[in-house]
Design a protein around this ligand. Structure first.
Ligand code: SAM
Length: 380
C-alpha cells in the first residue's frame, strides 16, 4: 500500500494522482491523504516527479528496512510526523528517544516545538537519503508506521519560477497547476494558444514531451517564450523534436497549420489577465471581462467543432470573489454545453470525492480576487 500526502488543494491532488496511477485502488481518502493499493513502489518512484500536488509519498515499513535505517549514522537523526491525533506527537517523540537510549543508541529528533516537519525541512536535513523520515498514521482502531520514499523537491520548483525570462507580473499560471493540468490531459503533444511566458510548455517538456506548440497575440510574448524554452532546454540538455511558437490571435486559430496536423492536447488558460483589487473590482468590470472573453471562446470552440478536434482540452476559466461572494463564469457553462462534453476529473464511479456541480475543480490563492476553474473537455 502506498500513502500520498496531499497538497493544500486536495481535490486537485487526488485528480492528479488518479490520472497518473489509474490502476490504483483507493483504500482510504481524507483531506490530508490518499492510500492506494494495486500499485508498485517502482512505478510510483518512476512517475512521482510528475506529481506536483503531492507533498510526500510513503510506504508501509517492513522491519528489516527499519533496522537498516536505525544504524545509518552513529547518531541516529530522525523525525516523525503524525496524522489525525497531532497532539500526541510530543509524548511519542519523548518515548522513542527514551527507548533508543535504553538500547544505547544516541539519537536526535529534529521536530521543532514537537510539530510535524515541512518538505523543505526534510530536504534540508537530507532525511530522505538516510531513510529516517517516519510517519505515524492513526485511525480510531490502528496506528501505522510508514517510511517516506519520495518528497516533493520544492527548491527546484521555486528556482524554475525565478529563472524565467519575463517581466514580473501577477497572473502567471503556477507551474504546479500546469503540471496537474498536463497530467489530466494525458500529456502528449501540447498546444497552448495563450502561451504568454511558456509556462505550460516548459512544464510539459519537463514531463518528457518532445514536441510543444504555442501561439500568442503579443509578439513580445512569442519572443519571451521562445527564449525561455531555448534557455531551458540548453540548461537541461534537452533536444526537442518539434517546437514552434508563432504570433496568432486565438480568434483566427484556423490559420494555424501546425495545430491542425500534430497537436493532440490543448492545455491552456484562456484568460486575458486583468488584475482586480478590492478598490476597483465591480460587477460592471467583471461583466465587461466576461463579454470579451465569451466572444473569443465562442469562436475558438466553434472552430474546434468544425475541424472535428477529437483530443482533450484542459482549460482554466476565471471566477471572481467580490465582497466575500463568488461570481462564477456561468455563461461559460452554457457555451460548454453547446460545444463540449465535460469530462469527469475522477475515474468513472469514483464516489470518494466530488468535483463541483459543473464537474470542474477550483484553484484559489489567498489574497487574490480572480481565481481559476479547471475543466477537462472534449468537443461534441
Ligand atoms: C494571463 S496570460 C495566460 C497565462 C499563461 N497561459 C501562463 O502560462 O501563465 C494571457 C496571454 O494571452 C494573450 N492573449 C490575449 N488575447 C489573445 C488572443 N486573442 N489571442 C491569443 N493570445 C491572446 C496575452 O498576450 C497573454 O500573453
Amino acid at each position: 500500500m502506498i500513502w500520498f500526502q496531499l497538497g493544500r488543494e486536495y481535490k486537485l491532488s487526488v485528480a492528479e494522482i488518479l490520472a497518473v496511477f489509474s490502476y490504483g485502488k483507493t483504500v482510504y481518502l481524507s483531506n490530508d491523504f490518499l492510500i492506494l493499493d494495486n500499485i508498485s513502489i517502482d512505478e510510483v518512484l518512476e512517475k512521482a516527479n510528475n506529481l506536483w500536488w503531492t507533498i510526500k509519498i510513503v510506504e508501509i515499513v517492513d522491519s528489516s528496512v527499519a533496522k537498516e535505517a536505525e544504524w545509518y549514522e552513529w547518531k541516529f537523526k530522525y523525525w516523525i510526523s503524525i496524522f489525525w491525533d497531532k497532539k500526541n506527537l510530543k509524548s511519542i517523540l519523548v518515548w522513542i528517544k527514551k527507548e533508543l537510549k535504553d538500547l544505547w543508541v544516541s539519537s536526535r529528533f529534529i521536530n521543532k516545538d514537537f510539530q510535524n516537519l515541512s518538505s523543505a525541512q526534510i530536504l534540508w536535513e537530507k532525511l530522505l537519503k538516510s531513510q529516517s523520515d517516519y510517519n505515524i498514521i492513526y485511525n480510531k482502531n490502528n496506528s501505522y508506521f510508514w517510511k517516506t520514499i519520495w518528497i516533493q523537491d520544492i527548491f527546484n520548483y521555486s528556482k524554475r519560477d525565478y529563472e524565467k525570462d519575463r517581466d514580473m507580473q501577477t497572473g502567471m499560471l503556477p507551474p504546479k497547476l500546469c503540471q496537474m493540468m498536463i497530467n489530466i490531459s494525458g500529456w502528449t503533444t501540447i498546444y497552448d494558444p495563450f502561451v504568454w511566458l511558456g509556462t505550460v510548455l516548459i512544464e510539459s517538456i519537463l514531463m518528457w514531451n518532445e514536441s510543444v506548440y504555442g501561439t500568442d497575440l503579443n509578439e513580445k510574448m512569442v519572443e519571451h517564450t521562445k527564449n525561455n524554452i531555448i534557455n531551458f532546454c540548453k540548461k537541461e540538455d534537452i533536444e526537442l523534436e518539434n517546437f514552434e511558437i508563432i504570433k496568432l490571435n486565438a480568434k483566427f486559430i484556423e490559420e494555424s497549420e501546425f495545430f491542425k496536423k500534430w497537436v493532440d492536447s490543448i492545455v491552456t488558460e484562456w484568460y486575458l489577465w486583468e488584475v482586480m483589487t478590492q478598490n476597483n473590482i465591480s460587477l460592471d468590470r467583471i461583466d465587461k471581462q466576461k463579454k470579451s472573453l465569451l466572444e473569443l471562446y465562442d469562436r475558438f470552440f466553434e472552430w474546434l467543432k468544425k475541424i472535428k478536434y477529437s483530443w482533450n482540452l484542459v482549460i482554466c476559466f476565471p471566477f471572481w470573489e467580490m465582497k466575500w461572494k463568488y461570481i462564477y463564469f456561468t455563461e461559460v457553462y452554457d457555451l460548454l454545453k453547446k460545444y463540449c462534453n465535460i469530462e469527469s476529473l475522477y475515474p468513472a464511479d469514483y464516489t470518494e470525492i466530488q468535483a463541483t456541480k459543473a464537474w470542474s475543480l477550483l484553484y484559489k490563492r489567498d489574497k487574490q480576487l480572480v481565481w481559476r476553474e479547471i475543466f477537462k473537455l472534449t468537443i461534441k
